[in-house]
Design a protein around this ligand. Sequence first.
Ligand code: SF4
Length: 431
Amino acid sequence: MTQRYHIWTEGCQMNVADSAKLAAGLDRFGWLTADAPETADLVVLNTCVVRERSEQRAVSHLGRMKALKRKGAAFRLVVMGCMIGPKDDELRRRFPYVDHFARPQAFEGIFAALGLADDSGGEFWPTTFSQPTGPTAYVPVIHGCDKFCTYCIVPYRRGRERSRPIEEVVQDVAHLVHAGVREVTLLGQTVEAYGNDLPEAPDLADLMTALHDLPNLERIRFLTSYPKDMTPRIVEAVRDLPKVCEYFNIPVQAGSDAVLARMRRGYTVAQYREKVDLIRALMPEAAITTDVIVGFCGETDAEFGETYRLLEALRFDKVHVAAYSPRPGTIAHRRLADDVPPEVKRERLQAVEALEAGISAALNARLQGAEQEVLVEGRRDGRWFGRTRSNKLVHFAGEAAVGEVVAVRIERASAWSLQGTTAADAVPLLV
Ligand code: SF4
């Protein structure tokens, strides 16, 4: 009888890619997807614990699965991802109804637990992907992280940095392009560290150059940047390789050197600004987004003020802001006091959100009347949607098809998205 699986995914793009890879493996064994846990033979929760709220969502999902099992649901339950550390005894005690715990990317263990054998001689996991569901795909190129920022759990859960050889990534992407993908996002927790651990130490620029030759691949992106690893050579490759989009996500986390030192981010505000200045000097139209944590241990009003002023000065296209929450097992949790009151964290978070809403709206407003190249990703409520090279979401009318790159005339803009009509169908502008 056909078996069905249901995967719930929380967290970053790396988790999304891991879930896709697990689905690929199950598809290979003839399994089908189930829309809901109730109709599944296997339920997988791919968890994230980077923030307290993400962990709470995983725990409440586990509670729902427990209730379903109590009512007689017969699915096997697997929990994978960053919730699982090197030891799972505590988790087994807390969640005895879970059938198997798997650390991030420990796919083989899941298959062994399900009694499914990998007979590919090791070829199976690195190179096999599911049929992509749209024209864009995430491709992990470096796993793990060596940086050990004091607030972050990732290095303890995903291990040290390990890059995939260039040939292997090219093979993956060629497969994806053959299946209809037009844009790939190369993923790494610190993606510019790509290649440091490989023989001959190629870098991200070499990888992007190798991918650039693939016919029918329209766009290449990469995530997430770690400021210290971002070299002029990589920034120049973005400028010089036409398929690489002028879009950077470079988490700054704080605009105060003292806070950055407590976070052990490994750079100063001045060094961070140098990276942004270099990008803007080489590509004035590049979009740059960032991540910020407010209310980190010991953050004073003055230190937060420095962060606020940095955001005002650098005018990012988008800021992902989070209030600090201590993560058990991290250096900050062991050694620093979480001493910023919750209401102060909330005020700072709201201040950043309000500042950024104004900046994003103003930056997007500048695109009104301009034509933007959009890769069409789908159709919703009678309108097409897709993203610009600068990764801005566009909803638009006109003739288009999924997977096409079309020129769109931008007619309206908000902080969160752009609206328009394909240039071919737009009413000509009065001159
Ligand atoms: S660079 Fe820092 S914040 Fe990013 S994954 Fe590594 S330890 Fe975590």
